[in-house]
Design a protein around this ligand. Structure first.
Ligand code: ATP
Ligand code: MG
Ligand code: FE
Length: 341
């Protein structure tokens, strides 16, 4: 089957055509960095307007790239949440309109499921169950991925997401926007041992994350005026890596049946993070799987692929499906631990 995927939950509009045989027939992406840069972060209303302008042209461009017509597509997948609600509504409505016009099934994809299943698009040998570190701009979670739509959350962040910590650190150090790649580039020029920073929650029994204290420590280090920004960036990145590794090591003990350690989400594009996780996996007799860099940050192919996995499982959605700002992958964990954690 051939699936059209549409993504619009944050600040990239994207459309892709992916086959259930894992062939990526086309993928188009329009970032909005220039629009948001003056504000140092994503402005929801600006994002929604940009999605309105870009969604249809990107779908048309992807179809043209692949040499396909809408009638050649078997189903239309669109992100239905979680994310900035204006943007999610634009992408989902675009998907609904196309599905209705072409008489094709609609698949409402959870953006987090897009990240969670993207490693299986890149690696045909990756089988369920696997332990997933999902580290992105809005989330930092450890999940046991048992199958399509079957996720157990082992841990989450009690405050900021990992990507959010990178973004805030970049802002504090004046490294620019978007923050993750800027901090990584600066860190390459710095000494990771130069600044003493905390490792919040490291050593605790539950594998949860916390990054807010780290951000405050970066602020204090900056204001102390002793260290170069590159040294602070390198020390910050090392602290994040140490936290991710310690927490993931805990979760490995609880990941019943998993044969692979998998990382996804924007922070998975970070080389230091990938290298450390790869070593952790090897030490624990697990395969390590990380998608190529472009599949880690938001894109249309991961939504099309999650759509392909759901389509193969016979899961399609009705036109009444709502756009959702919040949409946990494991609703039981959310209920058990209360709001936020
Ligand atoms: P979510 O998926 O939780 O809804 P999102 O879609 O905004 O959030 P992604 O696109 O998956 O997030 O990832 C973007 C985040 O990844 C940003 O916080 C960004 O700083 C971070 N990021 C991107 N590249 C890197 C990198 N090389 N190193 C560290 N962080 C990075
Ligand atoms: Mg983005
Ligand atoms: Fe994302």
């Amino acid at each position: 089957a051939i699936i059209l995927g549409i993504e619009s939950s944050c600040d990239e509009t994207a459309a892709a055509l992916v086959g259930s045989d894992r062939r990526i027939l086309a993928h188009r992406l329009a970032g909005q960095e220039a629009a948001h840069r003056p504000f140092g972060g994503v402005v929801p209303e600006l994002a929604a307007r940009a999605h309105v302008e870009m969604a249809t042209p990107l779908v048309e461009a992807a179809l043209a790239d692949a040499g396909l017509k809408l009638s050649d597509v078997d189903a239309i997948a669109a992100t239905a949440g979680p994310g900035l609600i204006g943007g999610v509504m634009v992408g989902l409505m675009t998907g609904k309109a196309l599905a209705h016009a072409a008489g094709k099934p609609l698949i409402a994809v959870n953006h987090l499921e897009g990240h969670a299943l993207s490693p299986r698009l890149a690696d045909p040998d990756l089988q369920f169950p696997y332990l997933l570190l999902l580290a992105s701009g809005g989330h930092c979670q450890l999940l046991l991925v048992r199958g399509v739509g079957d996720y157990s959350r082992l841990a989450t962040t009690i405050d900021d997401a990992a990507g959010e910590a990178f973004d805030k650190t970049a802002k504090l150090l004046g490294l620019g926007f978007p923050g993750g790649p800027a901090v990584e580039a600066a860190a390459r020029e710095g000494d990771p041992k130069a600044v003493k920073l905390p490792r919040p929650l490291v050593g605790t029994a539950e594998p949860h994350f916390s990054f807010a204290g780290l951000k405050s420590a970066v602020l204090r280090a900056r204001d102390a005026g002793i260290h170069k920004p590159a040294d602070i960036a390198a020390s910050f990145q090392q602290a994040v890596v140490d936290c991710l590794i310690d927490r993931t090591r805990r979760a490995i003990e609880r990941a019943d049946g998993a044969t692979a350690l998998v990382v996804a989400g924007g922070v998975a594009a970070n080389e230091a993070v990938r290298r450390a996780l790869s070593r952790l996996a090897a030490d624990n007799g697990l395969r390590f799987v990380a998608p190529p860099l472009w599949l880690c940050t938001d894109n249309g192919a991961m939504i099309a692929w999650a759509g392909a996995e759901r389509f193969a499982a016979g899961l399609t959605d009705g036109m009444e499906t709502p756009a959702r700002a919040r949409w946990p992958l494991d609703p039981n964990a959310e209920k058990a631990r209360g709001a936020g954690v």
